[in-house]
Write a protein that binds this ligand. Structure first.
Ligand code: PEP
Ligand code: MN
Length: 346
């Protein structure tokens, strides 16, 4: 990875480096961090001569050889001071940053979603979530509807809160980017879909859309999880958040095996904010508060929680695992009160 002395390379400097890289069958990717640009060498970067030629240029601060399968996500990387933004808010600065909303937006009942959105804003959430397209285990279950995108866009307009929407394929990505969705969610089922990750990273580079990457459910190791995030960053978008959401096999009685405990490990190895999803982890509204408190105790920067004004009227996961906005208010209060020195007061 190349780190220039200035915040970014001038076009003629970039061109010079690209030409050196080309001599070694490599190419250069410019990655826009919040405070600086870093330049990844794509291809076989282990050419000592190439390194020396680039490092010797007067405008280069450092050429770092990071021996890691996630050299951009690594704590040692030039992006280590990168701050991820969701809408206008910096994630991790006034944590816990809370994303709340139903599992699934019911396209036949927009007012239910809008009512939920307003109640959650009142309860103190920082962003809204809502499934437009759903990855359902049962192919005959409700799969989503483009109309739901209009509903969540209306909620953003009315509340002023940023929105988080899961994308599963190129068509969803196109629609979500056209709508300037603030957070593109990659669900657990696609967490290791490298082609999709590369496409999302590439197409969302230099947009204001961040990516919330869930952990692969089949016990993706922390290294595998971080390397999946590396695909997004290496394709051009460093606004990545890591989301533990439970793994399988499940702990008997919970939906999954709660995994908020990997938060300190992720924060130790990477610079990325960790946003834990207790809802899918435990899978039952009664256990969400305990899991959320545990996540913040482990140092989570944020939480992604399913919530609905009337969970029983919801679709997808809502009847089982969504909490109502009143419970959300209590949860946010409890999480902040548990760590008064870390978080802004209620
Ligand atoms: C969701 O957020 O509703 C969802 C489907 O999540 P996951 O990918 O974690 O199952
Ligand atoms: Mn869900």
């Amino acid at each position: 990875m190349i780190i220039p002395k200035a915040d970014r390379l001038q076009p003629n400097e970039l061109k010079e480096i690209e030409e050196i890289a080309k001599d070694f069958d490599c190419s250069i990717l410019e990655i826009h961090g919040r405070n600086r640009c870093v330049y990844a060498i794509l291809g076989d970067e282990n050419h000592a001569v190439m390194f020396k030629r680039i490092a010797g240029l007067p405008y280069i601060g450092k050429v770092a050889m990071i021996e890691s399968s996630y050299k951009l996500m690594d704590r040692q990387s030039g992006l280590s001071d990168h701050v991820v933004r969701m809408g206008e808010t910096e994630v991790g600065m006034e944590a816990p940053f809370v994303i709340g909303g139903p599992c699934t937006i019911d396209p036949a009942n927009p007012s239910l979603y809008l009512e939920t959105a307003h109640a959650l804003k009142e309860a103190g959430v920082d962003a809204l979530r809502g499934g437009v397209w759903k990855p359902r285990t049962n192919p005959y279950s409700y799969q989503g509807d483009n109309k739901a995108l209009e509903i969540i866009l209306q909620a953003r307009e009315e509340t002023g809160l940023p929105i988080d929407v899961e994308v599963m394929d190129a068509e969803h990505l196109k629609l979500a980017l056209e709508a300037k969705v603030d957070v593109l969610q990659v669900g657990t089922r696609n967490a290791l879909n490298y082609s999709l990750l590369k496409q999302i990273g590439r197409e969302s580079a230099e947009t204001n859309s961040a990516v919330l990457l869930k952990r692969g459910r089949h016990m993706a190791s922390p290294g595998e999880f971080i390397a999946a995030a590396e695909y997004l960053v290496a394709a051009g978008n460093p606004d990545v958040m890591l989301c533990p959401r439970g793994t399988t096999p499940a702990l008997d009685g919970y939906r999954n095996h709660p995994d908020e405990s990997i938060t300190p490990l992720l924060k130790n190895r990477t610079w990325a904010p960790v946003v834990v999803d207790p809802s899918h982890s435990v899978g039952h509204s009664d256990y969400v508060l305990a899991c959320a408190l545990s996540a913040v105790a482990y140092g989570a920067d944020g939480l992604c929680i399913e919530s609905h004004v009337e969970p029983q009227r919801g679709i997808g996961d809502d009847p089982k695992q969504a909490i109502n906005p009143e419970k959300m208010r209590e949860l946010i209060k409890a999480c902040r009160a548990a760590f008064p020195n870390r978080y802004r007061p209620v």
